[in-house]
Unconditional design. Structure first.
Length: 83
């Protein structure tokens, strides 16, 4: 399971799901790109061979965190500018 550590805008799952599937893993996306996620929400569930999951896990989390961080910051700036 992939869970979020803080409130954010999810981004990068579509890109990452393609990469994860190339390793023969299944991914169920529960919160789509561009949607809000609250702390503790499950964003995706990855199923398959544990060894393959460990190969992609760190890169997956780093990219997802970076892309979601950019999306979250962008949304906050847009909200401020709209006010």
């Amino acid at each position: 399971m992939v869970t979020v550590k803080e409130d954010c805008v999810v981004s990068g799952l579509k890109y990452l799901s393609e990469k994860v599937e190339k390793f023969g893993l299944e991914i169920d996306i529960l919160i789509r790109d561009g949607e809000d996620a609250k702390k503790g929400d499950v964003v995706a569930v990855i199923k398959g061979n544990a060894r393959k999951m460990l190969l992609v896990e760190r890169v997956f989390i780093n990219i997802l965190g970076r892309m979601s961080g950019i999306a979250t910051t962008t949304r906050r700036i847009v909200i401020r500018l709209e006010k």
